[in-house]
Design a protein around this ligand. Structure first.
Ligand code: HEM
Length: 523
């Protein structure tokens, strides 16, 4: 009887699905409530989020969007209510200060009901969160973390010395080495970034570099604890929530939280939150003797701040610190080492400058205080940011009132974006845009004009710009400078294969897949 009823209802269910998935989007497209039909769109992008989802699924959306702009012009439609721009002016108008534009519902999807500073969409709530965290990232606090980062760079160098000889850092080391001493540097840089952020933020170093294994603990909401692999957990969870993130919050909730809640990909996202929950609760239970970055969070009531952060908020902010603190840093490190290995002349030049500029006691691990005055080191990092920014995609924003972007009148309620991958390759801003030339960043280099230098300042935006720009920028430059300088002073780097080209899988961040490399000690 039940089966008969279900079968009888099936045609209606199929009709309802067709109406929702096909008929309604087509009608909506032709009604054109937001006036977007005038903009060109690739294939089905004007009707459906499936265009973006398809390219996100395969990790190449940044390339698809770049190509679409080359073919269809500076303003294109990527989704039913999503317009992408490619002009430099539009970048500033979307992301800069003084607009009514906010983060898009894509971020509400990522937040899953407990937003952190990076995915909260309300301007007002964001302001409060940013205030809570701004003290954490003040230059003084970051400088105090320098010795911790230096100690972890030291561990990385020891691990590289072992891997380059075909060895294992411990019996748990699960990463392969070929007979010729070629090894994949990427996971080691990622283990470095995890060890560094867990040390400076929660004083609970994961210790991945000691073991050569990225297993760590994740705590479920019921308090139970399990062991997970950090890299796979984060990358799988991020790819999944970004893929589904293009859906409206209703459909996102239905698929992610209901229909597909049982999938491994979904569980990875929850387990990553579990990693942050474990770090936060352990840190609250066992405060360290020496202050860390967490010490600056208002987690207990004081006369000045009678409303401390609630546990759920502490977990949410811990989650974004673990996320942003590991992934963009590892991508930047991998990209920079790739460019240096690919350009031996730049690598040799950097090594020479570093060794000539630093006292013997700072070789190979120097403090940021010493390193930040070496323009070529900064130029090497900044040029890598320009060519392969760790966030290549156009971070989606939402207009809340009619807004003019690049001369186009955009109504309220439209998603707008502009991707750094394309902006940073704009030949009208950067001469030989596809070439890796750190020298273009050097002050007073006669080969480049003041206008070209100003373009670098104004339009290379790896940390985004405006009110939602990265709060961790100082920490990132400190980690990258100490780590890159250490790696270059201690070893000579050669690509595993001469013509190797670094490939990427884009989740939200643009993640390098692998960097097979050889390291020869030079000390
Ligand atoms: C090379 C390293 C880094 C790069 C390239 C980078 C890049 C970015 C970018 C592009 C954004 C804007 C994202 C958006 O619009 O959705 C952002 C935001 C943010 N980043 Fe970073 N980031 C880096 C390192 C860090 C570190 C080390 C931390 C902290 C541990 C951090 C914490 C944050 C936070 C909390 C936000 C949200 C800021 C807000 O909305 O007010 N980032 N970052």
């Amino acid at each position: 009887m039940i089966v008969t009823n279900v079968m009888a209802g099936l045609p209606y269910a199929i009709i309802a699905l067709l109406v929702v998935a096909v008929v309604y989007p087509v009608i909506d497209y032709f009604i054109d409530r937001h006036g977007l039909r005038k903009y060109p769109a690739p294939s089905i992008a004007g009707f459906s989020p499936l265009w973006q989802m398809y390219y996100n699924y395969f990790g190449v959306k940044y390339l698809a969007v770049h190509r679409v702009h080359q073919q269809l012009g500076p303003v294109v439609r990527l989704g039913p209510k999503h317009v992408s721009f490619s002009s430099p002016q539009a970048f500033r108008e979307i992301y800069g200060h003084g607009t009514s534009i906010i983060k898009d519902a894509f971020y509400d999807n990522q937040a899953g009901g407990n937003p952190n500073m990076a995915d909260v969409t309300s301007k007002e709530v964001h302001r409060g969160k940013r205030k809570n965290l701004s003290f954490v990232f003040a230059a003084k606090q970051i400088i105090a973390m320098e010795p911790r980062v230096m100690a972890i760079v030291d561990k990385l160098l020891k691990a590289v010395a072992i891997k380059s000889q075909g060895g294992r850092v411990s019996s748990q080391d699960r990463f392969a080495v070929s007979k010729e001493g070629t090894f994949d540097l990427r996971p080691w840089l990622n283990m470095f970034s995890y060890d560094a952020i867990t040390n400076v933020f929660w004083s609970q170093t994961y210790g991945f570099l000691d073991r050569g294994d990225d297993d760590c603990l994740a705590q479920n909401p019921d308090g139970s604890v399990q062991s997970v692999h950090a890299m796979q957990t984060f990358h799988t969870g991020a790819a999944w929530s970004v893929f589904l993130g293009h859906l409206t919050p209703f459909w996102y909730g239905l698929f992610k939280r209901q229909l597909l809640a049982w999938t491994f990909r979904n569980k990875c996202g929850d387990n990553f939150t579990g990693m942050a929950r474990y770090l936060a609760t352990q840190r609250l239970q066992h405060p360290p003797a020496v202050p860390d970055l967490f010490s600056n969070l208002p987690v207990t009531a004081t006369a000045k701040r009678p409303d401390p952060m609630a546990l759920e908020e502490i977990i949410a902010e811990s989650s974004v610190m673990l996320n942003a603190g590991n992934d963009t840093t590892q991508s930047s490190l991998t990209n920079t080492m790739y460019f240096l290995a690919r350009n031996p002349d730049k690598q040799t030049k950097l090594r020479k400058i570093l060794k000539e500029s630093l006292p013997a006691s700072s070789i190979p691990v120097a403090s940021y205080e010493d390193l930040q005055h070496i323009p070529y080191l900064r130029a090497v990092i900044d040029e890598s940011f320009r060519l392969h920014a760790p966030l290549g995609t156009g971070a989606p924003r939402l207009t809340t009132e009619p807004t003019v972007i690049d001369g186009e009148h955009i109504q309220a309620g439209v998603t707008v974006s502009n991707q750094t991958w394309s902006l940073h390759r704009n030949e009208s801003l950067f001469r030989d845009a596809l070439a890796y030339i750190p020298e273009r960043w050097l002050p007073e280099n006669p080969d480049y004009t003041d206008e070209e230098r100003q373009n670098l300042k104004d339009f290379v935006a790896p940390f985004s710009m405006g009110p939602r720009a990265c709060i961790g920028r100082n920490l990132a430059y400190m980690e990258l400078s100490i780590c890159i300088a250490g790696l270059v002073m201690a070893f000579e780097w050669k690509l595993g294969q001469k013509d190797f080209v670094l490939k990427y899988h884009e989740r939200f961040n643009l993640n390098p897949i692998e960097l097979p490399i050889k390291a020869t000690p030079v000390l």
